[in-house]
Design a binder for this molecule. Sequence first.
Ligand code: SF4
Ligand code: MSK
Length: 649
Amino acid sequence: MAKEPKKVEDLVSDPASIEIIQKSQKDCVETCFTRADSQSVSCKFGTQGICCKICHMGPCKITPNGQRGVCGADADTIVARNFLREVAAGTAAHSDHGRHLVLRFKKVAEGKEKDFKITDEKALYRIAKEYGLETEGKAVNALALELADLFISEFTSQEEDLKTLELAPEKTRAVWSKYNIAPQGVDRMVVESMHRTHMGVDHDYRNLLDMAFKTSLADGWGGARIATEVSDIMFGTPEPLRSSANLGVLEEKKVNIIVHGHEPALSEMLAAAIHDPEIREYAAKAGAEGVNLAGLCCTANEILMRRGVQVAGNFLQQELAIITGAVEMMVVDVQCVMPSLPNVAKSYHTEVVSTTDIAKTIGATHIAFDEDHAYNSAKDLIKRAVDNFKNRDPQKVQIPKFKEPLIAGFSVEAIKYMLGGTFRGSFRPLNDAIISGRIKGVVGIVGCNNIKTKTDSYINALTKELIKRDVLILQTGCAAQASAKAGKLTPETALAEAGPGLREICETVGIPPVLHMGSCVDNSRILEAATQIVYEGGLGDSLAQVPAVGVAPEWMSEKAVAIGCYFVASGVDVILGQPFNIGGSENVTKYLGEEAVKRFGGGFHYIPDPMAAVEKIMEIIDAAREALGINKKTERKLLDMKDRRNLNV
Ligand code: SF4
Ligand code: MSK
């Protein structure tokens, strides 16, 4: 019997998406929501991770009558190999993004880039110092060149451990040494992972999974962190700013351009170029009131964090943006871009433009980003979108009214500044708030949307309940955009919905209870924040001791698998709203769960229900508080002036 299609209200949470999915039905346009319906039940061998196609004697699968593949690999080996390959792919994606930025940064330092520059010199000096470079008396470009070379060696180092690991608390590093998971160069880790999972190499599931942790650390503490740091130096360290999110940010009378993907370089240029008088004039001549730039997924997060560019939506809204009929151009770079976009665009006038040679899609126009003439090539793209304005069919345009205000831009530096001011920026007030129990703990809610969950529903339910229970939330990626659409990224949310302790802190400091820290690669900012908490003192001396939990409620990508692994290997428990494909091996499940908790202080927990996840999170936070001896019941009262002074803010 054919499956009954789901009601639109059961597919997505926000009203703009509901409206546009209904429009897609009227327009007879296929989307991921219809394709998900037409997919039959997922393959059980794939779901359990027990399908192996690593050599051509197979593909083999594990069944009750066939407990080993042709070569003799059992379920443990097959599941662990598949898992490690996912981590390697996720690490490669983040790190290649980081590498592209570093190579550009080096050219900037060498004076070979005319349109890119070092925007945040303070960040350059701060970061160079953190990596142990001598900064005294060094000129900006000389220091930048030295740092660029150091970053490049983080990719290429063969036998040396990553330099970035030295930024982690000593006790956390000791755990990595003990279990031999301190990574060497990012490239070596990814290559070695692929080698070890080749037919006939590494068969011990524990050895394979340790390599998964090791490789992921090269992502979180290496490639991803470098991507964040270089972006901050070249484009500016984010500071709190206002913006809005959801499809309602599109404008009827303007040329709408959407940037989508992950890399900030081209989108930064586009964001600058839309204000060029020549572009304004060009748009006016075409009968438009201007050019409106908006973002999707993590490219959106990059330019939101630094320029306040509005967010059109998160991952599962990429097709919906085109279906509004109001988008002249969707400019895509790498990662999380659906190959369906040109097909959706056929029903409207939108031109999908791919811009990097490593990411092309049939049906998209490919215009490689000309790095040597970045600003002019951004202007050319905008003009091309303006030229397309005349092809917009007003009959097909429907822009939902819905958008929510937000505050984003919470880099670690910005949080420090908010907490302590320019001269004494520090995490002390946050640590004190955690110690006093006003804030119970910190939870990072990260990751994507997944068609298997009603879009944003897990993220929103979890966020709402946790802030009520005095938990400070740090978010990145599409999860942060979900909260933005739900109106949770404003200080007013603290007043209306946060528990009394968290509300006091948010009011005093002037921050929302949910802090948007950036894109997927910026999960490194969450690690950095946790490290600052440790260094500030009073909450243990390793990341595993901090009352903190990571959650990936609606994750879908291999990058999320790598992110989860580097959080766990760093000692942070991670709750998954979607399971890994590892159910076919009890041993692997145990190794990533309870064994990891014993070894690192944090492991994976699959909890499909958000309220059950809240209970587990509070249990983990309570246990951490208990171990630190700070789990005393605190008397609740509103802060008076004396308390505020004691808070040191
Ligand atoms: Fe089958 Fe072994 Fe080849 Fe995998 S590596 S496909 S289990 S024979
Ligand atoms: S974009 S990896 S869907 S968070 Fe970073 Fe969103 Fe996940 Fe892509």
